[in-house]
Design a protein around this ligand. Structure first.
Ligand code: NDP
Length: 457
């Protein structure tokens, strides 16, 4: 049967745009449908505006810190509307770039909702199109908890379009979004409470990093409520009261739920195509991003694996290469670096101490210090750097950092881990002085040994 398109991509986010663009570049007849905004979550209500907001918050601290360096700067009020206007202009520019890149590659654009009619046919705003292969790249959406009064709180999409800075913010969730927005709102001048159900934020990250983040947040003046959840939200006009499971009552202007994300599969007609989902609602794929229907693929957050933009783009690129190119580009999905743009930020690559130690003996190296700058500013900001090294092979299994520039520094270290660097390789690397980064190549003294008991079993 002759199909209208070789490849139809549903979703114009990071994964879908890259897949469509590369496939079109390989000569395939490609269409991409997007119903909301080109560039998806990352560009519009995720990574990019979040980073701009974190930077907006940082400028306030820099203005205060400048005094320590002799500048007579007084931190005036923050102009929310001016900032949001600038941010929105940049987001509109970027979103347009995503669309243009697709058109420039020769892909056909549909600005409409797409849903399956049958395994090879999609309906888009009353029009039907057929495609030999279809890619589901619809991303995910923030989840709202099922608690009384949840409708009085917001989820992250709305955080980017608030009419003004709320004076008192209560955040539920100690994950990426909770930690990042706690720093953003605090830095912009709000009173911030972060409520999370674990003893420390960021479950799954290295324990030392989690503890250092909690300490750093407290030093920034963020009020932490560990081992608690919001049980109920009450509204009184524009004010909110968050009732916590530990009995505390927090007055707020904004209650912000950051409790995770769900795959976007509703309304896609996946049942017409026979595409299988897992119990969480994610599209099930194999290692080659194939669903249970061999000609239908899924990439990015809709598969709920590693929900990170660079992973989604790599998946989209690899899929397009595999289907229409001379072979997929190889990515290393084993050591995916990741960062949390908290205040200060943290970044990590490889194994945590706990995971590595469960596999065998590991040597742990830790450095903690006050960055040079803050000896003058007086700001209570510590940096933590940590290496997890396999005792037998001396390979560096994990690198973790909390502190200014952590994401920039750990990106470089991720290359070293991908290349299989050993501790000796780091040791023979000359540092750049004076930087924080040089600490990763000058950690001489082992802090402790871990995982020995297990190895002896
Ligand atoms: P996360 O999964 O990172 O964190 C969710 C948090 O909410 C956890 O603390 C979790 O606790 C808690 N939680 C979950 N359900 C409930 C509940 N019912 N009641 C109370 N607490 C609950 O999700 P986020 O929403 O922060 O972010 C979503 C994803 O988006 C991230 O996991 C990441 O993949 C991606 N992202 C990446 C960013 C980056 O790369 N910098 C930035 C922002 C998002 P517990 O640990 O106990 O489960």
């Amino acid at each position: 049967m002759a199909y209208e398109f070789d490849l139809f991509v549903i979703g114009g986010g990071s994964a879908g745009v890259r897949c469509g663009r590369i496939a079109a570049g390989h000569g395939a007849r490609v269409a991409v449908a997007e119903e909301r905004f080109w560039g998806g979550i990352c560009v519009n209500v995720g990574c990019i505006p979040k980073k701009l907001m974190a930077q907006a918050a940082e400028y306030g601290a820099w203005a205060e810190d400048a005094r320590g360096f002799g500048w007579d700067i007084s931190k005036g009020p923050h102009d929310w509307a001016a900032f949001v206007g600038a941010k929105d202009r940049e987001i509109a520019r970027l979103s347009n770039v995503y669309r243009k890149v697709l058109e420039g590659a020769g892909a056909t654009i549909f600005e409409a909702h797409a849903s399956f009619i049958d395994p090879h046919t999609l309906e888009l705003g009353g029009r039907r199109v057929t495609a030999e292969r279809i890619v589901i790249a619809t991303g995910g959406h923030p989840e709202r908890p099922a608690l009384p009064g949840a409708e009085h709180g917001i989820v992250s999409d709305a955080a980017f379009y608030l009419p003004g800075l709320p004076e008192r913010v209560v955040i539920l969730g100690g994950g990426y979004i909770g930690a990042e927005f706690a720093g953003i709102f605090k830095g912009l001048g709000a009173e911030v409470h972060m409520v999370y159900r674990q003893p420390l934020p960021l479950r799954g990250f290295d324990e030392d990093l989690r503890a250092a983040l909690a300490e750093a947040m407290e030093a920034e003046g963020i009020r932490l409520h560990p081992s608690a959840i919001i049980a109920e939200v009450r509204a009184d006009g524009a004010s909110r009261v968050a009732l916590l499971s530990d009995g505390a009552e927090l007055q707020a202007d904004l209650v912000f739920f950051a409790i995770g994300r769900r795959p976007n599969v509703a309304g896609l007609g996946l049942e017409q195509a026979g595409v299988a989902l897992d119990p969480f609602g994610a599209v099930i794929v194999d290692a080659e991003m194939r669903t249970n229907q061999a000609h239908i693929h899924a990439i990015g957050d809709v598969t709920d694996r590693l929900n990170l933009t660079p992973v989604a783009t790599a998946e989209g690129h690899a899929l397009a290469d595999r289907l229409f190119g001379s072979g997929p580009r190889e990515w290393n999905f084993a050591n995916v670096p990741t960062a949390v743009f908290s205040a200060p930020p943290l970044a990590t690559v490889g194994l945590t101490e706990a995971v590595a130690a469960a596999r065998g003996p590991v040597e742990i190296y830790i450095a903690r210090f006050t960055p040079l700058r803050h000896h003058l500013t007086g700001r209570r900001r510590q940096t933590l750097m940590k290496l997890v090294v396999d005792q037998a092979s001396q390979r560096v299994l994990g690198a973790h950092m909390l502190g200014e520039e952590a994401p920039e520094i750990v990106q470089g270290l991720a290359v070293a881990l991908t290349c299989g660097a050993t501790k000796a390789d780091l040791d023979r690397t000359i540092g750049i002085h004076p930087t924080a980064a040089e600490e990763f190549v000058t950690m001489r003294t082992r802090t402790r040994l871990a995982g020995v008991a297990r190895a002896a079993e």
